[in-house]
Design a protein around this ligand. Structure first.
Ligand SMILES: [Mg+2]
Length: 204
């Protein structure tokens, strides 16, 4: 049984990761790599695994510096949204409250970022939980009785699927080389929207 052949995903049972799904976080990493280290050859297409230390031919200190900068409060506010995410989330927010579970340690700056990219969504319709680590997302999702979770990290998707939550793997260069594992792969936000809010369906 998949979302594709059963039609609708109930938006009340759906939640989202933020970085790499809603936020094009690695765009900032790439920009900083260009500006601070002159690594103008680097692009997101070079990020062929989630652990950048394993797939980028750069020193550990440089990668750690760029990750730290990318996730700090100032640069978080500069992250562009993933194309289509704000439009789809604004429509979904009418049908159900929006729940985001991030492995970030702190939720403040990324919550402010969401308020900025979703200006038409009432703030009380947006919940952000910072679980602090990918492994602790499961407990949060179980508590919130979430059935479907959109994430770009394949190890998280595996972990959730084993525990009975249906992962929707958001397509990114860093998860493309992994075996499919039977996951539902989301190509983009237009496709995801068509699984949750197909046109012509009145949710009443
Ligand atoms: Mg992510």
């Amino acid at each position: 049984m998949t979302a594709r052949n059963t039609g609708l995903i109930d938006p009340c049972l759906l939640a989202f990761d933020i970085d790499g799904v809603v936020a094009d976080t690695m765009a900032v990493f790439v920009r900083l790599a260009h500006e601070k280290y002159g690594l103008t050859h680097l692009s997101q297409q070079d990020m062929l695994c989630y652990n950048l230390h394993e797939c980028l031919d750069l020193g550990k200190k440089i990668i750690d510096d760029l990750i730290g900068l990318t996730l700090d409060d100032r640069h978080t506010m500069q992250i562009p949204p993933v194309p289509g995410a704000p439009e789809t989330l604004m429509e979904l927010a009418v049908a159900a409250p929006l729940r985001f579970i991030t492995a970030r340690v702190r939720s403040e700056s990324i919550t402010q970022w969401l308020f900025t990219v979703l200006p038409d969504v009432p703030r009380e319709r947006i919940t952000v939980i910072a679980s602090g680590a990918p492994e602790t997302k499961l407990g949060v999702l179980k508590e919130l009785e979430i059935r479907y979770f959109v994430d770009d990290r394949i190890e998280t998707c595996r972990h959730l699927k084993e525990a009975g939550i249906e992962p929707l793997l958001f397509d990114q260069p860093w998860n493309r080389n992994e075996p499919a594992d039977g996951f539902i792969r989301v190509q983009n936000w237009v496709q995801l929207k068509s699984w949750v809010l197909p046109s012509g369906i009145n949710l009443g």
